[in-house]
Write a protein that binds this ligand. Structure first.
Ligand SMILES: [Fe+2]
Ligand SMILES: [Fe+2]
Length: 184
């Protein structure tokens, strides 16, 4: 009797995503080290925390594959990319990595739709929502740096930005939660 509730194609797609989340975790860890070396302890802290979130995502995929009777497989994680060359580049790349991950998430949603695998479709909606938050978080980084002066930001404004990111929350609110009293 086949007790695996995932199609072979779906199982492989989910394993691939496990590795992709692990890769994202390594990328943010690596960027965190880069920021730390540059003296931006607050930004580094923010990136380390984000790295941990990506690892949690990997675990969620692992758990789901196993809970559906599938076989989870831990694969080699590609090396993180080159270090960013400045903060603008770093934050732009954080955003790009998130968009790239959203695309990968959408591909699994498409596959679940094609297969009428509604359990996976339902599971994936958590990640669709999560990516709205993650992209917003990355956009906010870009905005904050722009306001601080971008590439020509003064040391003082970078100091303030770094401090702010040290204690910045990991979560942002979803548009669904906005009300007329509290639109932000
Ligand atoms: Fe993720
Ligand atoms: Fe992410």
């Amino acid at each position: 009797m086949n007790t695996n509730r995932l199609s072979p194609q779906m199982q492989e797609a989910l394993i691939k995503q496990m590795t992709k989340e692990a890769h994202a975790s390594q990328i943010f860890l690596s960027y965190g080290c880069w920021a730390d070396v540059k003296g931006y302890g607050g930004i580094a802290n923010f990136l380390y925390r984000h790295s941990q979130e990506e690892r949690n995502h990997m675990i969620k995929f692992m758990r789901y594959i196993l809970d559906r009777g599938g076989e989870a497989r831990v694969e080699a994680i590609p090396a993180p990319p080159e270090n960013p060359f400045n903060l603008t580049d770093a934050f732009n790349k954080v955003f790009e990595h998130e968009v790239d991950n959203t695309t990968a998430i959408y591909e699994i949603v498409n596959l679940s739709f094609e297969e009428k695998d509604w359990a996976t479709w339902n599971f994936m909606q958590w990640f669709v929502k999560e990516q709205i938050e993650e992209e917003k978080l990355a956009l906010e980084l870009i905005d904050k740096l722009k306001i601080a002066g971008g590439d020509s930001a003064s040391d003082e404004s970078l100091f303030t930005l770094d401090k702010a990111l040290e204690s910045a929350p990991d979560d942002v609110s979803l548009p669904q939660e906005a009300t007329a009293e509290n639109p932000s």
